[in-house]
Design a binder for this molecule. Structure first.
Ligand code: AN0
Ligand code: CP
Length: 320
């Protein structure tokens, strides 16, 4: 595997899940594979889980790890070609990327949507430059439009906890004070569409996900109706994807607190498990009682980030 961006990059999901459970059984099984290989993890944005779980995954495989927080200590980077660099940016991404590539064997990058241009975000302008100029395999640690390590961990979690062969999985929008990216719901939709689940998306009008990710998934605008009989509730806020009105891209269109997932919502489900990628704002996205209930999977879900990252790095090491 040279790029880990979309669900298609991981190939057959049953095989990927079998590999995940093999690693979960013994996470050090491939501890010789990464000997004298270096993973470089580049963060343009904050992180707790991705930072720790991906480092742990690299260490499971015997790799060396370097972490760079671009905004803390590195030179401020220009990303546009052709600009006269007479401002506060000291270095261009076009030099920085191959330099970073020269110090490692595999690169992971986190670079969120900036919401400045829908086109630039959805064309993955930053990550595509890493793919093009680093000379290394690149895995996405949440880009402008996708968060595949999260979705793979989510799939592993659903596989572990499902009580029926084809569970009903509901992705629900929930309110949040600030504009958040669409990367998590985009990837979750893409992975659920590829998995053997009954998948439903619910959100207020205007929050329609890009069809490249939502595919043919069922969209139900009545949240309570969507929750009926659900086996898994996956909550997430996202800002306007700008599908129906491009001028609204990245905007907060609703703060409707009736969408906060609480006991009233969970009561109509099939005693559903609650999932969220974290970090989560309590009593905005989900009530205290729902996230603290025995049916809340947020901690095992986060723990599975180590497993998804180990599988992805293992595949990349095997293809070096
Ligand atoms: C980010 C997001 O919504 O994409 C990261 C989630 C993993 N969340 C925040 O910025 C709060
Ligand atoms: N879920 C997730 O990616 O968390 P971090 O932003 O803390 O890495």
């Amino acid at each position: 595997m040279k790029v880990f961006q979309h669900v298609s990059d991981i190939g057959d999901l049953k095989t990927a899940l079998a590999e995940a459970f093999e690693i979960k059984e013994n996470r050090f099984k491939y501890s010789e594979l990464g000997k004298n290989k270096t993973a470089l993890l580049i963060f343009f944005n904050n992180s707790l889980r991705t930072r720790l779980s991906t480092q742990k995954a690299a260490m499971n495989l015997g790799m060396n790890v370097i972490v760079l927080d671009v905004n803390q200590g590195a030179w401020k980077l220009e990303t546009e070609r052709g600009v006269i660099m007479d401002g506060d940016k000291s270095e261009h991404l076009l030099e920085a990327i191959p330099v970073m590539g020269s110090y490692c064997d595999i690169i992971g990058v986190r670079s969120f949507a900036t919401f400045e241009s829908r086109k630039d975000d959805y064309e993955e302008k930053i990550l595509n430059q890493f793919i093009k100029y680093s000379g290394r395999p690149v895995f996405f640690m949440e880009s402008a439009t996708v968060h595949p390590l999260q979705s793979f961990a989510d799939l592993i979690t659903i596989e572990e906890y499902k009580r029926t062969s084809r569970p009903k999985v509901v992705l629900t929008w929930a309110p949040h004070p600030k504009a958040l990216p669409q990367a998590v719901p985009n990837s979750f939709a893409q992975w659920m569409n590829a998995a053997d689940v009954d998948f439903v998306i619910t959100h207020p009008e205007g929050y329609e996900l890009d069809p490249a990710f939502a595919g043919n998934a069922c969209v139900e605008y009545d949240q309570m109706k969507a929750f009926e009989g659900a086996d898994f509730i996956y909550a997430k806020n996202w800002s306007c994807p700008g599908v129906t009105r491009p001028e609204d891209y990245g905007k907060v269109l609703s703060k409707d607190m009736s969408w906060t997932v609480d006991a009233r919502h969970m009561a109509v489900t099939n005693n559903a498990f609650f999932m969220h990628c974290l970090p989560v704002r309590r009593n905005m996205i989900v009530s205290d009682d729902v996230i603290e209930a025995p049916t809340s999977l947020v901690i095992p879900e986060a723990a599975n980030r180590e497993i998804s990252a180990t599988v992805v790095l293992k595949r990349m090491l095997q293809a070096l």
